[in-house]
Design a protein. Structure first.
Length: 246
């Protein structure tokens, strides 16, 4: 592994690189909130065996990157900066908020050939409400937080809902979500698979929000998806009564 640093919005972003992503097809790995790039170490050996170079990194204010605060727009901007440095990845994997940011980062000028989103939140406003409950802040403070976010980033939290964006995407995607995820409900992963017409949903149980990231069976499934095999289920139907087709 080679440790590198790139500048993004006046911050030094720590990157971790295996192989040569400028010459080889590469996998981009995007961590979630309060995590770090090397959280993906259990993936490295398997991805390298599959012939992929690897790039992961610490988001601003995380790991060895500089910065004192970080928002979802910062997550997206950093992904775009990494993309400009290394090009279009063969595979991109994001966990939790990193999965949502990875999806929002997909655009005409930069996109992954295949996307894997593990336990991704769909509604950022709902995610903010869950976080405030977790840190025991009263619900009356939510509007103040939403106002701060808009002043700090120029973006309304409500405009970061991924569902309208999902309908514009066409590359293959695998959503992985655990039924026992108490941080991001399984239903949010189902929404991804419903609105992204080329996505499939792989449901696990008993892994929760964190163990799902490096469970051997999840890594096996993602590698099968990378090879073009059918993994997970296609979600169609109404949002109130989904019909799952194999």
């Amino acid at each position: 592994m080679e440790r590198q640093t790139i500048g993004v919005n006046n911050q030094d972003i720590a990157t971790y690189v295996w192989g040569d992503p400028t010459r080889q097809p590469y996998a981009l790995l995007v961590h979630g909130w309060s995590s770090f790039g090397l959280r993906f170490l259990p993936w490295v050996g398997r991805l390298r065996e599959a012939g992929l170079a690897i790039v992961t990194f610490d988001q601003p204010g995380h790991g060895f990157s500089t910065g004192e605060q970080c928002t979802l727009p910062d997550f997206v901007q950093t992904i775009h900066a990494i993309g400009r440095r290394y090009g279009h990845p063969r595979l991109a994997i994001g966990h939790s908020l990193g999965g949502a940011a990875l999806v929002l980062a997909q655009a005409e000028e930069w996109q992954a050939e295949r996307v894997v989103a593990i336990a991704p939140p769909a509604s950022m406003e709902a995610a903010a409400e869950r976080f405030m409950r977790f840190v025991k802040l009263g619900p009356h403070l939510l509007e103040g937080f939403l106002g701060w976010h808009e002043r700090a980033t120029g973006v309304k939290v409500r405009d970061l809902d991924v569902r309208p964006h999902l309908r514009t995407l066409g590359q293959p995607c695998l959503i992985v979500h655990d039924l026992d995820d108490f941080e991001v409900p399984w239903g949010e992963g189902e929404l991804y698979a419903y609105h992204w017409h080329s996505a499939r949903l792989l449901t696990t149980q008993g892994l929760g929000h964190h163990k799902v990231l490096d469970a051997p069976e999840v890594i096996d499934a993602v590698l099968a998806f990378t090879r073009g095999e059918r993994v997970g289920e296609r979600i169609v139907g109404s949002l109130n009564l989904s019909l799952v087709l194999g």
